[in-house]
Write a protein that binds this ligand. Structure first.
Ligand SMILES: [Zn+2]
Length: 89
């Protein structure tokens, strides 16, 4: 499985490890940013716990621990289905 990167569709499948917040479980988002040098540390919106750089992804304007996210392969990686960009164009 490929690692999550910006533009991927990510599913929140686990509660936040810091505070157990599960309100986003089952929702899916497009990854907007990956924490790192550019962003520095990021924090949990629910409890303020700091995530180490590169351990968090920004989706829906919220930082999530990377361990709570699962990558959903784009349709273009699946056989027999047209690329989404093609459909929307
Ligand atoms: Zn938290």
């Amino acid at each position: 499985m490929k690692p999550l990167s910006v533009g991927d569709l990510a599913l929140v499948y686990k509660p936040a490890p810091c505070c157990g917040y599960s309100g986003d479980v089952g929702r899916h988002f497009i990854v907007q940013a990956i924490a790192g040098d550019e962003y520095g540390d990021s924090t949990c919106d629910q409890c303020g716990e700091t995530y180490a750089s590169t351990d968090a992804l920004e989706v829906d304007d919220t930082w999530h621990d990377i361990r709570t996210l699962k990558r959903i392969p784009p349709l273009s990686e699946l056989d027999e289905i047209k690329e989404p960009e093609e459909v929307m164009a």
